[in-house]
Design a protein around this ligand. Structure first.
Ligand code: NAP
Length: 294
């Protein structure tokens, strides 16, 4: 069945899918994927991947981060979840009850991002980090969507795999860094700008750290709080690629510098792989945070 028709039939089920009570039949989803990719929809036991992975997922209180944490925990991985404040802890209670470790930090506040990195490092070295948290608008869009993943990348003990949430909207971003306010006090960059920058950051990390698999993911337009209940794409496929890049030993998952959509590499905005633009971005972020990417 065509994936879009499958989800048109399920229109309005977005929030129920997030709650996990109406998870789509993986066999139906699997019919829409090439053979080599079907097995990543299967539970770990079925796909024979016995190795457990320890991972940190930012923004696990809701949406794609929460869904990825839930799936990875169910697959038997060790998951470190993250919420913005103590008041958001109830959002991850079910995950913590299942063994997840919780961390806290508001990603719009540099001191709290640094403290979050310390909490993660105190737990131990992660195998993978999924930089998932994001906001769509407001003066803090550059801090949460770009500065936080940059600073966490610089400060969290280097994992083997790094995954950054991008968006197809990064293609509408401006490849210009002039006048950007990285402090979150004034609205300068747009959501599209922020996703272009974080995708360029992903590619820069892939270039500078050859021992790490660094990849960006466009999850599609999916029915989360950010995407809205009417979002047309498939929620399960919206977090599958991150999970696959974080855990799979598939040859394609063990590559770096990719911009992925539904487990397929796509060509990003040309600025993403422009080394001069990457270096300017890293210099701006180092200046704004006082922390260099070592
Ligand atoms: N949904 C889509 O269609 C879509 C499309 C393309 C890309 N994406 C990207 O996918 C990622 C996840 O999006 P989503 O749809 O799951 O969004 P969402 O449902 O709005 O969830 C965002 C998550 O990030 C957390 N977060 C936001 N600001 C934070 C802050 N200052 N400190 C700590 N945590 C913060 C939120 O915590 P609270 O719940 O406490 O606010 C929440 O857990 C984002 O990077 C987004 O840009 C989404």
């Amino acid at each position: 069945m065509d994936r879009r028709r499958f989800f048109a039939a399920g229109a309005g089920l977005g929030s129920a899918l997030i709650a996990g009570s109406l998870l789509p039949d993986t066999t139906v989803l699997a019919q829409t994927l090439p053979n080599s990719r079907k097995e990543s929809l299967m539970p770990n036991a079925q796909r024979g991947a016995g190795r457990k992975t320890r991972m940190f997922i930012t923004g696990s209180a809701d949406g794609l981060g929460h869904a990825a944490a839930k799936t990875l925990l169910a697959d038997g991985h060790e998951v470190v979840v993250h919420v913005r404040s103590q008041a958001r802890m109830p959002a991850v209670k079910e995950l913590v009850d299942q063994g997840a470790i919780a961390t806290i930090g508001d990603l719009s506040d540099l001191a709290q991002i640094r403290d979050l990195a310390r909490q993660v490092n105190d737990i131990g070295r992660m195998d993978a980090v999924i930089h998932n948290a994001g906001i769509i608008s407001g003066p803090q869009v550059l801090v949460v969507n770009v500065v936080a993943p940059y600073l966490l990348t610089a400060l969290v003990q280097r994992p083997r795999r790094l995954i950054y949430l991008s968006s197809s909207m990064h293609r509408g971003g401006r490849a210009s860094l002039s006048g950007m306010d990285w402090t979150g006090r004034t609205s300068t960059g747009s959501y599209s700008d922020s996703k272009l920058f974080v995708t360029a950051l992903t590619a820069a990390v892939a270039r500078l750290w050859p021992d790490v698999y660094s990849n960006a993911v466009d999850p599609g337009w999916v029915p989360t709080r950010m995407g809205g209940a009417g979002a047309p794409d498939d929620l399960r496929l919206g977090h599958l690629t991150q999970e696959w890049l974080a855990t799979s030993d598939d040859r394609e998952a063990l590559t770096s510098g990719g911009y992925w959509h539904h487990q397929r590499r796509q060509e990003p905005h040309p600025a993403v792989n422009d080394i001069r633009f990457q270096d300017l971005l890293l210099a701006e972020l180092a200046r704004a945070t006082g922390t260099k990417l070592a």
